[in-house]
Design a protein around this ligand. Structure first.
Ligand code: ADP
Ligand code: MG
Length: 387
């Protein structure tokens, strides 16, 4: 059973079909590309854990999986626990979808992370902010995709940030954290049973603050050998603290002056083309590995990376409407346009719509990311909309 049918779940659905599984896709109705290719489609809200559980029971599913979204995590946890299929327990899934629970576990287990507190009103936020030497960040405790996450540089910014966070919090719960200065990066971690089989650090590109959204990734991380010992130690502790098992996990980190600290983590693969980028560096198919793990099959992994240094960057348009002409795409790079260009595209709150990605292979981890970013910028500038 695959939860979600968006552009990030579509490749997972495709690989599941290709390896010969009986694939049941759950998603609300809509123009989602995964629905079109789903051998069995179920019109169901993946955040409704009772509905997902009932369906999973009726279908007697052997495994359940999602990628790139936290919307169905609680449902996954319930199905895994009640059907006794491989995967992280319900409490682990809940910790991954609630930053307060996650950060309480980080604190208890002394895992480096940003200072934080839950807040109930503006005065709580002001009090925390004034006790911090630098900026802070206000965010919903239970949302994802950087929605409602705002960096706070001064007290007057707090009110709007609280509103934005409330808007996206399912439970209404909000938290404030110290803002960690430093380079943002991440890791995909393959966990079979409770064993950490592989940690793949990667670089991140995001939009600038106050609303940072991931837009590109490269693998390997340019300083992988230097950062690996400390990063892997922290990640191992964090996976154990949240009791994650049988999943490919996505970890977000910041390299601060005091060393790496975790922003957040979750028991599913990352979005923004991370399975492609990390898989292509290691010469493995991350989707296939994640599917096998969800079925309790131990993945066969190479001892060292067998693929190519590479990076991917999302392709954006900055206006809603119909695309007139897609932008320049230089040869030699891989270009994937996922939007049906006969259909109108709609910009998000940040003012852009994602229509695909460009992937660049090369010999230098820093250069491939810069080249992908540059190619995406040119593409965006030269894309025109119908008037
Ligand atoms: N404490 C922090 N310090 C620095 N940057 C942060 C912090 N918290 C969040 N961010 C930035 O905001 C982004 C989104 O925040 P995150 O907590 O990961 O929320 P979401 O679950 O919506 O992705 C992060 O990827 C990072 O760029
Ligand atoms: Mg995040």
């Amino acid at each position: 059973m695959i939860l979600g049918a968006g552009c990030y779940q579509k490749p997972l659905i495709q690989v599941a079909i290709d390896i010969g599984l009986e694939v049941h896709v759950c998603s609300i109705k809509g123009n989602y590309p995964g629905i079109q290719i789903a051998p069995f489609y179920h019109d169901i809200d993946i955040s409704n854990s009772s509905d997902v559980l009932e369906l999973a029971r009726n279908l007697e599913v052997d495994g359940i999986i999602t990628t790139a979204t936290d919307v169905g995590l609680e449902s996954m946890g319930r199905v895994i626990e009640e059907l006794g299929i491989p995967g992280t327990s319900l409490s682990g899934h809940i910790a991954c979808s609630n930053k307060k629970i996650m950060k309480d576990l980080f604190r208890k287990n002394m895992i480096p992370s940003a200072e934080y507190t839950e807040i109930f009103d503006a005065s709580d936020a002001i009090q925390f902010f004034e006790n911090q030497p630098g900026p802070c960040v206000i965010k919903p405790t239970d949302s994802s995709g950087s929605r409602g996450v705002t960096k706070i540089d001064n007290a007057p910014m707090i009110e709007d940030a609280l509103k934005a966070a409330k808007n996206f919090s399912k439970s209404g719960s909000i938290m404030i954290e110290e803002w960690l200065e430093g380079e943002e990066f991440g890791a995909q971690v393959i966990v079979f049973s409770e064993e950490i089989c592989l940690i793949i650090p990667h670089s991140d590109l995001t939009t600038p603050p106050p609303n940072k959204i991931p837009i590109g990734h490269g693998c390997p991380h340019p300083k992988e050998s230097e950062i690996f010992p400390e990063v892997s130690q922290i990640i191992t502790k964090a996976i154990q603290a949240l009791e994650l098992s049988n999943s490919v996990c996505n970890i977000d980190l910041i390299m601060t002056k005091e060393g790496p600290k975790i922003i957040e983590m979750t028991c599913r693969m990352g979005g923004t083309r991370l399975p492609e980028v990390c898989g292509d560096y290691w010469g493995i198919n991350m989707y296939e590995i994640a599917l096998n793990i969800a079925l309790g099959i131990k993945p066969l992994l190479p001892k060292e990376p067998l693929g190519m240094i590479n990076a991917a960057h999302n392709l954006h348009v900055r206006e809603s409407g119909l695309i007139n002409k897609v932008g320049e795409m230089n040869e030699g790079y891989k270009w994937v346009i996922e939007s049906d260009i006969e259909q109108p595209v709609f910009c998000n709150e940040q003012g852009f719509a994602e229509i695909g990605y460009v992937q660049v292979k090369g010999i230098n981890p820093t250069d491939v990311l810069l080249d992908a970013e540059k190619a995406a910028k040119i593409f965006c500038k030269t894309t025109t909309m119908q008037r």
